[in-house]
Design a protein around this ligand. Sequence first.
Ligand code: ADP
Ligand code: MG
Length: 679
Amino acid sequence: MAKPKTIPDNTLTGKLARLGLRTDADFIVHLPLRYEDETRVTHITDAPLGSPAQFQVRVLDCEVVFRPRRQLIARVADESGAMTLRFLNFYPSQQKMLQVGTLLRIFGEVHDGYLGEEIIHPRFQVCDETPVLPDCLTPVYPTTAGLGQGTLRRLISRALERCEGTAAMTDTLSPACLKSLNLPEFATAIRLLHTPPPTVRLADLESRKHPAWRRVQFDELLAQQLSLRRAYFARRTRVAPKLAANGKLTSALLASLPFSLTAAQVRTWGEIAADLIQPHPMQRLLQGDVGSGKTIVAALAMLQAVEAGYQAALMAPTEILAEQHYRKLRLWLEPLGLKVAWLTGSLKAKEKRTVISSVGAGDTVLVVGTHALIESNVGFARLGLAIVDEQHRFGVRQRLALKDKGQFAHQLTMSATPIPRTLAMSLYADLDVSVLDELPPGRTPIVTKLVAETRRDDVVERVRAACVAGGQAYWVCPLIEESETLQLKTAEETHAMLVAAMPDVQIGLVHGRLKNEEKAAVMSAFVDQKIRLLVATTVIEVGVDVPNASLMVIEHAERFGLAQLHQLRGRVGRGAAHSTCILLYAQPLGQLARARLKVIYENNDGFEIANQDLRLRGPGEFIGARQSGLPLMRYADLEDVEMVASARNMAEEMLEQNPAQVDAHLARWLGGREDLLKA
Ligand code: ADP
Ligand code: MG
């Protein structure tokens, strides 16, 4: 599937392509990052602090000094006062231009320097007595190495001229829409953003609150919604089996459970059940915080498929997680007389063949596994439902393979990384979303403690005492992003240190380099309480469910992201016992690390943590996890609740009423960036 790699080429065309600029239509939506006001000349004595301005000055004096390094210093003055221009790098030609007596127009930010007010590296040009000032603000465009603002400005301004009066400037929204949304026309907005008249307040432009910016932001969100919704409707035209069931198996399962479903589980199960009886594939995401009980909802959905005479598959990104699901499903479903098959890469070839042929013959109706499930040699006789846990952890290739395999099956994706509602609406516009917003009752909230690393001995003693008293604990090793080898070494050292410190406790070690069957053996010893303390790398981050474990230590907690800390912490607090999570941190703490630890200390709710994460990191990085065909937002703000909602509504309306305009709108906003979208 790998695309041929395009060699970055250093011609002008190559540089422009790097910015997604090919056609005139691409150029006109390449909008400024900021503006410089060269329409006015400011007096030196009126120079604003902290923002750049333009001055008209005469050179009083210019010399190269060595203080300590070689630099060019010019004294300049206007009628109001004098200041210094300092150049740390300069060309002889520049020095020549700064002849005593020369009149200059300079642009830059004035600082309080060693010699009084100064500008470092101002932009300057020699001018005559009555220079003509530009009549609009000067745009500064996002660019790439070796492509100057001057060139880019010229190219964009020519593209604008050529586009005037053509389809490239035609509005994709009707006047009535614009009126109802209170937005300016496309052409008006675009012209204003490239060449804003001096009457426009610079602050409105820079804060991107100006109506022209709002129009562009709306258009971009609309394009995103249109492309995702169109993909959604396209998949709805496919045929999938109606999984009508009599409810016998699901009722039997519910009756056998030691608990009853939460209201949220009942509701989301209902949403899924209703999808499954439709003649087109379900495309639903089940979002639920760590421990909210997604697995039982998945099991109920699988039973509906089985009752209707179809097969159901559940796939997880890691062997540990798949194994957990496998255990759970067997525990629940075998008493009902159902067999669950197990398929992962680590099975012996012969066992694998047996499972694959039984799945192919349709004798096996329930199968759990890793991505081995979607390998090309696995053919399902009549796959009705494919469930994927933590889909974002699968690679792109695997996601595509799954799409192929599940072409005609219903699909359910489960995620324990909840995201705020507006973000979900925007990112998952191609999915229906169900939310498990309630934890099963009887959980005692996890107590989180922040402990400086200097008190590690106390922590070791506390863990020992808990294990000796019959409890179980996790000890999570520090994340070392730069080196997997180093991470492994640290895990082994931590394990050795803990074994030495608590000879009376059975301690296991699990990390990513273990063979799958070794991993599985350690995990099942932990489940069976033969191991009391499990030293682990982040391989236990997702899904591991051992309710008896009620204590967790996370080393170097300051290195982990918020979502990761929340996931890790979610491994405890699964039983009735009081659970504690100890976050060991090393000082000094950076500002961001401190803020993260504060959030995780104060909050237990995954949705709230996701909100805070969004606030700390901004949406750009936050959504990095979803690499599907999602446009990267250049101008829009995903936190703008109202705008996302109205873009969503407008998208539905346009798709229904005006498909031609949908095409035009998508071409304008996504056209030159298709390669970015397909990554
Ligand atoms: P997650 O949503 O993180 O995948 P799980 O499905 O692993 O959560 O469920 C967490 C634990 O809660 C499991 O031990 C599960 O059996 C249990 N559980 C699920 N639903 C309920 C419920 N309604 N009442 C009590 N316990 C439940
Ligand atoms: Mg789970």
